[in-house]
Write a protein that binds this ligand. Sequence first.
Ligand code: UD1
Length: 416
Amino acid sequence: MDKFIVNGGNQISGKVDISGAKNAVLPLMTAALLVDGKTTINSVPDLRDTRTMIRLLKIIGAEVSFEANSMSVNASNINNLEAPYDLVKTMRASFYVLGPLLARFGEVRVSLPGGCSWGPRPVDFHLKGLEKLGAKISLESGYILAKAKHLYGNRICFDFPSVGATGNILMASVLAIGETCIENAAKEPEIVQLCEVLNDMGASISGIGTDKLIINGVDKLDSIDIDVIPDRIEAGTYLIAGALMGDITLNNCNPKHLEDFIDKLKLAGANISSTENSISINKIDSINPVDVTTEVYPGFPTDLQAQWMVFMSVANGRSSVIDTVYHDRFTHIPELNRLGADIRLNENKAEINGVKKLIGAQVMSTDIRASAALILGAIIAQGKTEISRVYHIDRGYDSIENKFKSLGVDIVRINE
Ligand code: UD1
């Protein structure tokens, strides 16, 4: 298992190119299963999760090629309508094959995802939504079996605007007979891109970017070329690195996708300027404590709360982070406290008492975003930090050590 060794304390400066968004490309790859032909996807981030999804699509029978961030998926010869446990357990987004395969082939078997490292993550909205469209769902030996000769449009109202369930129901309903209405739908930019791509393929979706999506089913979808939107969570992670340690510019990003987050950075004292596709930030000398509460888009993203906590760990006073999306996503706190942070957890609220400095230590990654937080902690800590289990970070950040090295961070990967 790989480790990162980071010698912290270096000032950083320079430019970073933001990669395509992990949470956009994974559903787009499964949307390609809706088409009897070849879909080309550009600006694909080279991630462990992208490669896991490639393995899954190949098991299902798709032909996939991936080179220089460009991917083609040919779904003309699908011959195995099953997502096996071994892959689903390593990446929950494998569940995204459920909607498209059911819609196109009338049957699919997908391993039921287990919990994840920070707690239970149910899939009940996905399954109830598919049942509303007429699917028969059963559980057999740990696998969800969904069947429907035809899917029929219906009204589906989610209890919570789930990103994954919105994506799955969208991909199922585009080929259903009649009109589907998804209420309390997710509005995340990755869902907006999925809707736009499906429409470019020939689907009929309106209300894009609102919490009410209307889908009129069509008979078939066509091949297209796609450019994946930039990863707003990767961008947010590097912005915090800049606010902590130096003057940096992010290229190929979309500041509009980070408005709430950028407002919070400004409240903390950041000097930020942006163009349509770049953001520059300067190191903050004295960080103001700023409370954040995660919300669904356009609110503060849950995928940036761990990184924000590192930032607030060295702020000038006390602050809090409340996660309303995942109430138990806090496995990074004990690891950050090992670096000298002073963070206490009370239910879904973390209280952070700013300290003067962090000090290097041995820490362990527990999930994708928690690992990013540990790297941020390591680059501000005095001395050496050893971060183990970095396979978590490889799931969601393209070339992270090379990008940080180019900014002047002393980081090396050790293979053990
Ligand atoms: C996606 C993102 C993840 C992000 C999360 C929230 C991908 C691949 N992953 O995950 O990075 O942290 O959105 O922005 O895009 N829920 C249920 N029942 C369900 C589905 C969800 O109760 O059937 C709950 C979840 O437990 C959670 C909340 O709804 O509390 C939001 O989850 P959801 O938006 O579905 O997250 P994911 O799509 O899994």
